[in-house]
Design a protein. Sequence first.
Length: 456
Amino acid sequence: MSATDDLNADVCVVGAGYSGLTAAWRLHQAGRAVVVLEARDRIGGRVWTETRPDGSWVDRGAGWLGPGQDRVYALAAEMGVPTYAQYVQGDNVFELHGATHRYRGLIPKGLGWWALLAFGLGFARLDRMSRRVPIDAPWQARDALRLDALSFATWVGRWWNVPSRTARELLSTTVEGLFASSCAEVSLLNVLFHVHAAGGLEFQTRVEGGAENDRISGGMQAVLDRIAAQMDGAVRLGAPVRSIAQDASGVTLSGDALRVRAARAIVAVPPWQSGVIRYAPPLPTDRALLVQRTPAGYAVKVALVYDDAFWRADGLSGESVALGSPVALTIDGCGPTPPPGILHAFLAGPAAQRWARLDAAARRAVVLDAVARRFGAAAATPREYSEHCWADEEWTRGCYMAHYPPGVLTNFGPALRAPFDRIHWAGTETATRSNGFVDGAIRAGERAAEEVLSAL
């Protein structure tokens, strides 16, 4: 590619994740000329599937989908990519301050009756409150200012909301796991909006019948690979966008060695990444201040590969939840028919940040010690061990999604989706349904494509 490589298109899409490629695909289907610019040397964004030499795969990023997430199922079917059910047979493991308990269903063993009652009340209260928050405009909720002024940590810390220390810890761990951030950094209004937009707190925290009910055969990136293959070379990798200038007749997107002239642009990267692009004229003040105040979470996904899924033979599902451990969650990550056995461990929020400051050997020891306590000595000797910290990626800088500290949604939320003249915004953060999920990214991409088509 030469230093003066100029391209022309009807629409230029920034970002080749699910949202950007879905938008590009819908525009391509409508007969529009599209160029997709992706800064990375791969497509996928916060989705990244690595295929192993034996044909199995590891999803380094998003990897699950569930009932009600209709757009991701529909897109997979459209691309001819099948899904399969997440493995759920056997017992789950609940670890409470070092002690492990096997259980089935949604209610972990090891909690006293008072903690269980308090947790159930808090859980139900959050769901009930969330249903009063409009998913298309949470800043218009009744008492929005009051809800947005509180952090989730403040709300959950009040004994009359959750009258048990253990229940407060479990709810806090749940929310930290969702946002990969301290509960003190996330407003209560943000939590309620997200719970409502995602289909309820129970949906997000259960596997069978919930957000981890199914997986994509070949990995979550398989659908995107099929889309990119049908885009006639429209996707340019290693092409970060440095600036976007717009005038009365179009937009010009400039990178290190590439310039694209188009009638419209769709920016389909996380809000915090959209802020590193220079805009001429400058972004509207509310949009500029919004992206300054919309950070990402801190999430690490560890893949443990074994000769076989030994936990299944032991009557375990591979799912575990822990309090008092940086390894807050594990889940079976196998393909439809193991071997190999793949177990994923998740670390999120402040505990993940503290863990990440350890050296490599110490980090590995923490993870292997945690899984060995839950699944036995065999878990301590994986054939392969790999960590992926999404905050380390230059073009991601965090996962799983953006969150809003107190005061942000009510002051700047209306700027989240509002087009800036010829520039339109996509990405899962702009979705009103399945916000924060792949399904939300697809919905946002389709919404942005419709906006553009109606304006061309």
